[in-house]
Design a protein around this ligand. Sequence first.
Ligand code: NAD
Length: 366
Amino acid sequence: MLEIKASETVKEGSIFGQITQMDHEQLVICHDEATGLKALIGIHNTTLGPALGGTRMWPYATEEEAITDVLRLSRGMTFKNALAGLNLGGGKAVIIGDPKLKNEAFLRRFGRFVQSLGGRYVTAEDVNMKTSDMEYIGMETKHVTGLPEIKGGGGDPSPVTAFGTYMGMKAAANKAFGSDSLEGKKICVQGVGQVGQYLIKHLVKEGAEVMITDIFEDKLKSVAKETGAVAIDPNVIYDLDMDIYAPCALGATINDETIDRLKCAVIAGGANNQLKDEAKHGQILLEKGIIYAPDFLINAGGVINVGAEYFGGYNRDIVYKQTEKIYDTCLSILNKSENEQIPAQQAAIAAAKERIEAIGRVKLPF
Ligand code: NAD
C-alpha cells in the first residue's frame, strides 16, 4: 500500500496546516441546529494532564478567525499551565456568536460536547462567560471549573490573578532596579477592570506612585477616588514618564506604534497576549533593555485558582501560596533571558517546553 506522510497532505494555511504548525492534538467542531450553538474546542497538549482553559464567546466575523483564535489560545494555555507547575495540559474553547444567544439549553448543549470528550478538556470562564454560565454547563458535564463559591467553587479568580501579577512585577522590579520594593515607583495601570482594580490596591498599599487609565471615564474616576491613584487620559499613556507599565486591558498593546514611545524600565501586567508580534516585539524590548515579565507567566493566578477547584479540596491559602511562587519563576526566567540574551517570552516558552518534555519522559509507555 502507498504510504502517505502526514506532511505531504498538509497545505499551509489550511486547518491541518495550522494544527501541524502549532502542534495541536485535536480540534473539535461542535454544532447544534436547535439551539444555534457553534463552538470549537482546541486541545493543544495533554502531556501534563487534562487540557484546561476557559470558553470565550465572541461574534467572530469569519470561521477562520475563530479557528485561529482557539488554536492560538489553547497553545498559550499549554505554556501557562506548564510554567505554573500545574499538572494540566492546554486547551480552550470558543463559541461563535452574539453572547445574547446564551440560554440554559444552549449552555447545557455545550456542556454535553465537553462531556463527550471524557475529561480530555476541562472548561472554565473567559471573555463573555460568567460563573453562572458554568453552572448550566456543569449540569451536563463534570469537567467544568470556576463555579460560584455558593456552589462549592473557588469563586472569582481575578484577585488571585492580580496577586500573581503583583508578584511577577516585584520580581521584574528586582531585576531592573536591584530591589523588589515598589515604594515610590511610578507605575501606570492600563485598564481598571477586575484584575486592574485588585492590582492597584496592592501597589497603593506598598507606597507606589500609581497612575491609572481606562476608556470608561466614570469607572476611572470612581476607582481613582476609592484608591487614591491618579487618573490619566487613556490616549497619553504610551508617552508617559513611568518606571513600570502594567497592561491590564486588552492584548497587543505593545506593537509597532507604541514600542518606541514607551519610556518605562519594566513591563508587567495581567493582560493576555501583550506583544502583538511575539518574536519581533519581544526582541525589540530585549534590545531596548526593557524588562518584560511574560504575561502568561505572571497572570497564571486565575488558572491556579480554577485548577485547584477542579482537582478538589479547594483551599484559598494553598492557592495563594502557589501563586506566590510566580515571583521565583519570573526571576529565574528573567535571569535566563539575560544570560542567554533571548527575549523573556522566548525564555518562558522554552522553560515550559522543558517541563513538558521532562514529565513526558517520566511516564512509562505501558
Ligand atoms: P475587564 O473586562 O474586567 O477589565 C478590562 C478593563 O480594561 C475594562 O475596564 C475596560 O474598560 C478597560 N479597557 C479596554 N480597552 C482599554 C484601553 N484601550 N485603554 C484603557 N482601558 C481599556 O477584564 P479583566 O478580567 O480585568 O481582564 C483584564 C486582562 O487580563 C484581559 O486581557 C484578560 O484576558 C486578562 N486576564 C484576566 C484574568 C482574570 O482572572 N480575570 C486571568 C488571566 C488573564
